[in-house]
Design a binder for this molecule. Structure first.
Ligand SMILES: *Cc1c(COP(=O)(O)O)cnc(C)c1O
Length: 236
C-alpha cells in the first residue's frame, strides 16, 4: 500500500467517511463500528496528532514498545483506550495488564490461564478477545470453532476476565473471495459463541485492516484496525 498523501487527521476523516458510506450502502449503523489506529512502529508524535484528529482507540503489537510510547499518555489523555493486538508472551503478561484496556490477541488456553490468575481479585475485569485463525500465514489463534468454544468456556470461568468477542486477521491476499471467506468464518464463529454462551455479550468482532476493512464491514466487523492508511508506511 502506498503512503497516504495527506496528513494523519485528513486520513482519519477520510476513513471515517468511508466507513459511513460503506455502512449506508449495506444498511449498518456506523455508530456500531469502532475505529482503531494501529500505531505500532510509529512515534508518539503521530499518536498525539491522531488524538487531535479525534482518535481515541489505539492498537499496539508489542508490550515493550507500547510501554515506552504510552506510559504517561493515558494520564494526560482521559478517554484513551489502548489494546494489544500482537502475540503476548507469558513473561510479559503482567506488564501487559498494567498497560492495556483489552488484549485482542488471546490465542491459546495457557494464556487464558495466566491472565485469569493474574486478574484474580481485580476490581475491573480485563477485556479480552479470542483470536481466531482464519487463514493468515502466521497461524496465530485458535484453529477451529471447537477450540474457540473450549477457550471461551475457560475464559468465562475467570471472574477477572471479560471475553467480548473475536479478533481475526484475513490472509494477506489480493483474492477478495479468500479474504471474505476468512471474515465470514469469524462472523459465523462469533454466532456460534453467542448461541453456546448466551450469558456473555460477544459484542465485538475485530477484523479489517487498511487493505480489507470494506470487506470486513460487509461481513459484520464491529472494530477495524487501521495502521498504514492512517499513519503511513511503517519502518520495520
Ligand atoms: C499491523 C496490524 C494491523 C494494521 O495493519 P495495516 O495494514 O497497516 O492497517 C492490524 N491488525 C493487526 C493484528 C496488526 O498486526
Amino acid at each position: 500500500m502506498n503512503i497516504p498523501p495527506e496528513g494523519i487527521v485528513q486520513n482519519i476523516n477520510r476513513i471515517r467517511e468511508n466507513i459511513e458510506n460503506i455502512c449506508r450502502r449495506i444498511g449498518r449503523d456506523p455508530l456500531e463500528i469502532e475505529l482503531m489506529g494501529v500505531s505500532k512502529f510509529h512515534p508518539l508524535e503521530k499518536v498525539e496528532e491522531a488524538w487531535r484528529g479525534g482518535l481515541r482507540l489505539f492498537g499496539e503489537s508489542r508490550v515493550q514498545e507500547a510501554a515506552a510510547k504510552f506510559s504517561g499518555f493515558r494520564e494526560a489523555h482521559a478517554g484513551a483506550e489502548i489494546h494489544l493486538i500482537g502475540s503476548l508472551q507469558r513473561n510479559k503478561a503482567r506488564a501487559a495488564l498494567s498497560l492495556f484496556d483489552c488484549i485482542q490477541s488471546v490465542d491459546r488456553e495457557s494464556l487464558i490461564e495466566e491472565l485469569g490468575a493474574l486478574t484474580a481479585g481485580r476490581e475491573k475485569p480485563l477485556m479480552i478477545l479470542l483470536e481466531y485463525h482464519t487463514g493468515e500465514e502466521s497461524k496465530a489463534g485458535f484453529a477451529d470453532e471447537d477450540a474457540l468454544c473450549r477457550a471461551a468456556e475457560k475464559a468465562l470461568s475467570y471472574p477477572g476476565l471479560r471475553p467480548l468477542g473475536l479478533m481475526t486477521m484475513a490472509p494477506f491476499s489480493t483474492d477478495a473471495a479468500m479474504v471474505r471467506a476468512a471474515f465470514r468464518a469469524a462472523s459465523a464463529a462469533l454466532g456460534k459463541l453467542k448461541g453456546r454462551f448466551p450469558g456473555a455479550p460477544w459484542s465485538c468482532l475485530s477484523m479489517g485492516m487498511s487493505g480489507d476493512y470494506e470487506i470486513a464491514l460487509e461481513e459484520g466487523s464491529t472494530l477495524v484496525r487501521i495502521g498504514t492508511a492512517i499513519f503511513g508506511e511503517r519502518n520495520t
